[in-house]
Every structure is written in structure tokens, then in C-alpha cells.
Design a protein around this ligand. Structure first.
Ligand code: AMP
Ligand code: ZN
Length: 472
């Protein structure tokens, strides 16, 4: 049996079977106009865990994730700074990759940029105009005619009765925004005619100068890298409508092939301390924000995976602390088992690999949970229940644990996990106070705290960006 997931399109849990020898999946990637926040990372990490689980199940996976490097936001921000769009987006793309690496995410098989696939987007729009699914408006923008596609709305279940077929709203304004609410469903922009505020950011199409709308890039690039029909498409739940609904319309009407995608995989949003994340509430966190508070990437990844992907996850600092304790417990159990099995850490690291040797092992229930709609919280619970069995030091169990850890992508060997596990809270606090004192040039206090720590049996070693506490 392959893993199963809930398919948004059929509203059923379905076993994932590739239609060719490779499982082809496409995930909507980041818009690179600033650092990604932990909500974005929840979605990307869940997708990474799905891919890893499929690989553990023995499937060959082709994972494509795009980079949105042209849209209203990227153009506006780059122009504000007076830099080229390329210069601006390259910086944030690099930062995104660094963050992904920290969070132990596998690099996608391909990561196409929208600006490097303008030709494919123009071709697709041309096809839609040619076959009557799209029309050129007076200003040179191009709109998709949703009345021309009977299946429009099936994925998200929007009410077709209330669909407008106009490209203008009741106020007579063109509806060419990339993102909009269900209430304003209407013909959407495939191409936006050049406007003064776009600056140099425009391309030449047969119907005039301008730039592609946001939705068309995913249709064009998924076709380029995965074909007219592929297996799975992922994104945060906010993308289900209109973005994914529009992708289906564009793709199926231009290629003539259906379905565009066989399984739709949507993850619910991340909330912070019970509230929607937003800059104005001061609860929008980036990876750097959390690292600066002393949390580790493995702890953050663990916390982001601790809720089921189809339920909203309430991210809390207590949740991060709990993730740290869970990781320390896991690490301790593994260290003990390795000792009994007379295995080194390096030997175990080799077992963290996509293998499917779970049958009859202590970790079979955890693997079954991973295959049951990617139920990671249940899998984590099963892992902890099975840790006791590691006492027998069975290599088979250690192998199975290695594979589950691969699927989760949680790095239990991250240096600080061990550190945090063994340092008593009062020592850690004292060491932090000493570091803070030193930073604020209060050397007398810093020295005093160091002496106290030494007397208690702990040494502190300062680095450029932080310190390390060790038992003397
Ligand atoms: P964006 O960079 O805005 O295009 O978003 C990248 C991905 O993050 C998309 O799949 C979004 O659906 C997802 N996303 C945005 N906000 C959140 C959130 N608060 N929680 C989870 N996923 C989110
Ligand atoms: Zn997309």
C-alpha cells in the first residue's frame, strides 16, 4: 500500500498511485518579496514531509516548486528601493533557500522562476484566446472567460449561481487583482496590460505589452516540467480558491486534457497564540525571529509538524519548548539504544534514509500513521510509545526508526538538542544573563556571573554570535 491523502477534489482519502513510473508533484512556491514567515514554512515543510514519505514508500518522486518573481508586490517593492526586479527577487530567493536548508527541507527536483517562463505563459494564453476561452479587453489585458468552462468551481465548491462573467466588478473596475475573495469571483486576468507603475517590468505579447497574471505561471510551468496531467498539486488552503481553481481552468482549456491534476493536497493555516498571523498584531515570525530567541531549526520544524496538516495549527512558544523536550527525549532514547546495539552515531545517521523496512518492527504503527493522510501527530505519538522497545537494541527497529526520521526530516542530531537536554534551566538562564550583560558592556556583572557558573561546575565559551555552556 502506498501512502494515502485526502484529495480536495474528490473529498475522499485516496491511496497515492503514480500514473507513470515517477510520482509527479507540483507545489506553489514562495513570492520572493521578503523573508518567508513560519506560516509559509508550515505549508512547505508539510509538503517536504509528504515527498519524503512517498520516497520512503519506494516511489520515485519529481517535485517541482516554482518561484514567483514577478507580481504586484515584487514590482512595487523593487521600485520602492530603486533596484531591478531581478536584483530584488534574487536576494529574497537566496534567503528562502537558506531558510529551507536550515529547516532540513529537501531541494525540489526543479524550481522554475516565473520570469524565465514568459514564453510558455504567452503561448498558453494565445491558445486560450484562439479556442475561445479567453478574450482581450480594451486596455490590452487578457481575461479568462469562466462561463466557457463547465467545471469551474468544482475543486473549491464555489456557488456557480453567483458567478459573474464580467471582467469588471459592480463599481466598474477591472478585476485584475491576483488574489480575491469568493464573493468577487469573475473572469480573471491572464495578462495585465502595461501600466506606468510597472516601470521596466513588461514583456511583448502578440496582443500588446504587459506581464502575465499570477495564476498562469503555475499552469505553464507545471506543464513544462510535469506534462499536461500530473499526479499531485499542493498549496496552502488559501490557494484552493481562486488560484488552483483558475489553474485547472487555464490548463484543461488550453491543453484539452483532463484532469490537470489527480490529487489536490491542501494544508490548513498556521495561527500564532490563537490569532491570525499579521504584522500589525506583532505576531508574524520569520525563521530568523525564532532563531534569535534561541530556538533551534529542528525544534521549529518539529513544532510546525506537530499538528495534523488539515487542521489549523496554533503555534505557541510553549509548543516550541515542548518540541525541544520531545527532541531531547528522542535523542536520549536513541543514544541508549545505540550503546546497547554497539553502534556509533555515524552508523545510525546512515540509517536515516528512504527505506520501507517497517514490517514487524516497533515503528510499524508510526509508519502506518504517516501513510494515513500524513497523520504526523499520531506518528510522533507512536514513535514515543515505541521508544521503550528500543531497549532491546534491535537493529531492525533502529533501521525502521531511521526511515521514519527521514520521512519527518527532523534532525535529532542537531548540536543544540543535546546541549539543551543536559543543561539545567537555571544554568541556561544564568549563562544567557551573562551573555546579555557582556553585550551591553556590563563586564563586572558578566564576570560575576561567570564566576558563579564556574563555582557550579559550568564553563562558558563565547563565539561571534553566541555562547556555549559545557560541564567542567
Ligand atoms: P506566498 O509566498 O504568499 O505565495 O505563500 C507561499 C505558501 O504559503 C502558499 O502555499 C500559501 O498558501 C502558504 N501560506 C501563506 N500563509 C500561511 C499560513 N499562515 N499558514 C500556512 N500556510 C500559509
Ligand atoms: Zn501556484
Amino acid at each position: 500500500m502506498n501512502p494515502a491523502i485526502y484529495n480536495t477534489l474528490t473529498r475522499k482519502k485516496e491511496e497515492l498511485a503514480p500514473s507513470t513510473d515517477t510520482f509527479r508533484m507540483y507545489c506553489c512556491g514562495p513570492t520572493v518579496y521578503g523573508p518567508a514567515h513560519i506560516g509559509n514554512f508550515r505549508t512547505f515543510i508539510v509538503q517536504d514531509a509528504l515527498r519524503r514519505t512517498l520516497e520512503c514508500a519506494g516511489l520515485k518522486v519529481k517535485h517541482v516548486r516554482n518561484i514567483t518573481d514577478v507580481d504586484d508586490k515584487t514590482i512595487r517593492e523593487s521600485r520602492k528601493l530603486g533596484v531591478t526586479l531581478k536584483e530584488f527577487t534574487a536576494k529574497w530567493e537566496k534567503k528562502f533557500h537558506e531558510d529551507c536548508k536550515e529547516l532540513n527541507m529537501l531541494a525540489p527536483t526543479a524550481e522554475p522562476r516565473a520570469t524565465e517562463h514568459i514564453r510558455q505563459q504567452i503561448e498558453m494564453i494565445g491558445k486560450l484566446i484562439e479556442n475561445g476561452h479567453a478574450y482581450v479587453a480594451k486596455d490590452g489585458s487578457v481575461y479568462f472567460k469562466i462561463a466557457s468552462f463547465d467545471d469551474y468551481g468544482k475543486l473549491s465548491g464555489i456557488d456557480r449561481e453567483h458567478m459573474s462573467t464580467q471582467s469588471v466588478n459592480s463599481a466598474g473596475e477591472a478585476n485584475n487583482a491576483d488574489e480575491y475573495e469568493r464573493e468577487s469571483v469573475s473572469d480573471f486576468a491572464l495578462w495585465k496590460a502595461r501600466r506606468p507603475e510597472d516601470g521596466d517590468n513588461f514583456w511583448q505579447a502578440p496582443w500588446g505589452e504587459g506581464r502575465p497574471g499570477w495564476h498562469i505561471e503555475c499552469s505553464a510551468m507545471s506543464k513544462e516540467y510535469l506534462g499536461d496531467t500530473f499526479d499531485l498539486h499542493g498549496g496552502g488552503i488559501d490557494l484552493c480558491f481562486p488560484h488552483h481553481e483558475n489553474e485547472i481552468a487555464q490548463s484543461q482549456c488550453s491543453t484539452g486534457h483532463a484532469p490537470y491534476v489527480r490529487y489536490w493536497f491542501h494544508s490548513a493555516h498556521l495561527m500564532v497564540e490563537g490569532a491570525k498571523m499579521s504584522k500589525s498584531l506583532g505576531n508574524l515570525y520569520t525563521l530568523d525571529d525564532l532563531l534569535a530567541k534561541g530556538y533551534t531549526p529542528a525544534q521549529i520544524r518539529y513544532a510546525l509538524l506537530s499538528g495534523h496538516y488539515r487542521q489549523q495549527l496554533n503555534f505557541t512558544f510553549k509548543g516550541l519548548d515542548d518540541a525541544g523536550s520531545a527532541l531531547a527525549k528522542l535523542r536520549k532514547a536513541i543514544d541508549g539504544a545505540l550503546e546497547r546495539a554497539k553502534m556509533g552515531e555515524e552508523d545510525f545517521k546512515k540509517l536515516i534514509a528512504p527505506k520501507k523496512d517497517f514490517e514487524g518492527t516497533a515503528f510499524e504503527p508510526a509508519w502506518n500513521a504517516m501513510c494515513d493522510d500524513l497523520n504526523i501527530p499520531r506518528a510522533l505519538g507512536e514513535i514515543f510509545s515505541a521508544l521503550g522497545k528500543l531497549g532491546e537494541g534491535s537493529v531492525k527497529d533502529l533501521k525502521a526508526l531511521g526511515s521514519i526520521l527521514f520521512a519527518l526530516g527532523i534532525d535529532v542530531f542537531e548540536a543544540q538538542t543535546e546541549k539543551q537536554a543536559d543543561i539545567p534551566a537555571e544554568i541556561a538562564e544564568m549563562a544567557q544573563a551573562r551573555w546579555d550583560a557582556k553585550k551591553s558592556r556590563n563586564f563586572a556583572l558578566a564576570d560575576e556571573l561567570r564566576q558563579k557558573l564556574t563555582a557550579l561546575g559550568w564553563s562558558v565559551l563565547d563565539g561571534k554570535d553566541g555562547f556555549e555552556v559545557k560541564k567542567i
